[in-house]
Write a protein of this length. Structure first.
Length: 163
């Protein structure tokens, strides 16, 4: 009866899982978001210029990254990296009978191992999605700025050079 009211997770294990899922996945998620933003900006630019809608590029880039591409890419990258890590870690713990030892010591292995990882995923995925969105929009803007030709007014119209 008392176990029902105790906290369902171990604090240190949750902090470790937050670090494992969040800060160690951040470089990969940021790199994927940056690549998606730059490629999306460069690929959609030619179509929008052809139809005379070049001014719509920033709005299209932000909308497509924040609403569509950012969460999907973040989910795929994190599930691939973290899912493989969690599977390998729990599998090796089962083979070496560490899970049985945790259970024998009176700790619920589902609360200690599974619940902390699920909570860490729930807390870190939105933050990683924000990081991917930010990097995607930033690098999309950088790519567009580098590709956009610099506007210089013609010299003969500005009156600077007279013959």
């Amino acid at each position: 009866m008392r176990a029902r009211w105790r906290r369902p997770f171990e604090g240190r294990e949750l902090i470790r899982q937050l670090d494992e899922l969040g800060s160690k996945s951040l470089p990969l998620v940021a790199l994927a978001g940056a690549a998606i933003g730059a490629v999306l900006s460069l690929e959609s630019r030619s179509s929008l210029v052809r139809f005379g809608a070049k001014s719509m590029l920033p709005a299209a880039l932000v909308y497509s990254i924040i609403h569509e591409t950012g969460p999907i890419v973040t989910g795929l990258v994190v599930s691939g990296r973290v899912g493989a890590g969690i599977g390998a870690e729990l599998g090796s713990m089962k083979v070496t009978e560490q899970i049985d030892a945790i259970e024998a010591s009176g700790v619920n292995p589902y609360k200690f191992l599974a619940f902390t990882r699920i909570v860490a995923c729930i807390l870190m995925l939105p933050l990683l999605t924000l990081a991917a969105d930010f990097c995607g929009v930033l690098f999309g803007w950088i790519a567009e700025t580098l590709v956009e030709p610099v506007f210089l007014p013609p010299i003969h119209q500005s009156g600077i050079c007279r013959r």
